[in-house]
Design a protein around this ligand. Structure first.
Ligand SMILES: C[S@@+](CC[C@H](N)C(=O)[O-])C[C@H]1O[C@@H](n2cnc3c(N)ncnc32)[C@H](O)[C@@H]1O
Length: 263
């Protein structure tokens, strides 16, 4: 069980993703049974269309507001820790005009670049090597700021959220897709915990020759805040109207928050 912090955690995460970069997509598909693509599509839809409110409530986070204001020519999304670029491509598929994908590993950026080219989207995607904890962009730059399956890995979650909120435009959205700790009781939570702790490392060993990386995965989820706690942290980062939706029998969550518009 890895319990690293600060620079040591960052170094560990860098080395691990560098080792598994070429097998990352295959492993995601094997471990999630292909569901990861669907979850990113749904998160991209929630970013662009907003989150429908429960019946009878009204709010500024309307289902169409982001779409009308956001999908203009100059609007851009930033996908933080883009990895091989799947979330960035899901945003393009939802009509986002341009996406910047950022990752601290050149090996991942190269794979994202090759994928964007293969899918004929290279012209609409910019890829940047950079750190989620020090985003190399001025404040208020992006209509959408997203991150998929990486908040568990950053050395400073509060700083990562603050950086995402900083570079979002007022009225823009911040979207986090992440595996989420399951409640201690119940059949599905037990099943998932067994799957994560026993089966996932085995899949990692068989398909990537890297049992350690896929032992880290379940242990990193255990230390991550649950969905309500993550929503609170997003609010503490200055986001409002934070909502989340649980997916995959509660194993994964999409959180959406809005950067308040200026008066
Ligand atoms: C689990 S993968 C997620 C990739 C992609 N977002 C997805 O949805 O599949 C995590 C990615 O985050 C990157 N990463 C981790 N910490 C980072 C940081 N502090 N800054 C930038 N990228 C980071 C890793 O290099 C890796 O590509």
């Amino acid at each position: 069980m890895v319990n690293l912090q600060g620079d040591e955690k960052t170094a560990y995460v860098r080395a691990m993703f560098n080792r598994i970069a070429r097998r990352y997509d295959l492993l995601n598909t094997a471990i999630s049974g292909g569901m990861h693509h669907r979850w990113r599509r749904l998160a991209a839809r929630m970013a662009v269309d907003g989150v429908p409110l429960p019946l009878g409530l009204s709010s500024t986070l309307s289902a169409t507001k982001g779409k009308e204001e956001g999908l203009g020519e100059g609007s851009r999304a930033l996908d933080v820790a883009t990895g091989t670029g799947d979330f960035a491509l899901a945003l393009l598929a939802k009509g986002v005009p341009r996406v910047v994908g950022l990752d601290f590993l050149p090996s991942m950026i190269a794979l994202a670049e090759a994928k964007a080219r293969r899918k004929k989207h290279r012209a609409r995607v910019s890829l940047v090597v950079g750190d989620a904890l020090h985003l190399p962009f001025p404040p208020d730059s992006f209509q959408w700021v997203t991150s998929g399956f990486n908040m568990r890995n950053v050395a400073d979650l509060e700083l990562a959220l603050a950086e995402m909120a900083r570079v979002a435009r007022p009225g823009g959205r911040v979207v986090i897709l992440e595996i989420t700790p399951l409640p201690p009781k119940g059949f599905f939570p037990h099943l998932f915990r067994w799957y994560f702790s026993a089966v996932t490392p085995l899949i990692g060993q068989l398909l990537a020759g890297d049992r350690e990386a896929y032992t880290y995965l379940p242990s990193s989820v255990l230390r991550f805040p649950d969905a309500p706690a993550l929503a609170k942290k997003m609010e503490a980062a200055g986001l409002t109207q934070v909502r989340y939706r649980l997916l995959g029998f509660g194993s994964t969550a999409v959180h959406v928050g809005e950067k308040p518009a200026r008066e």
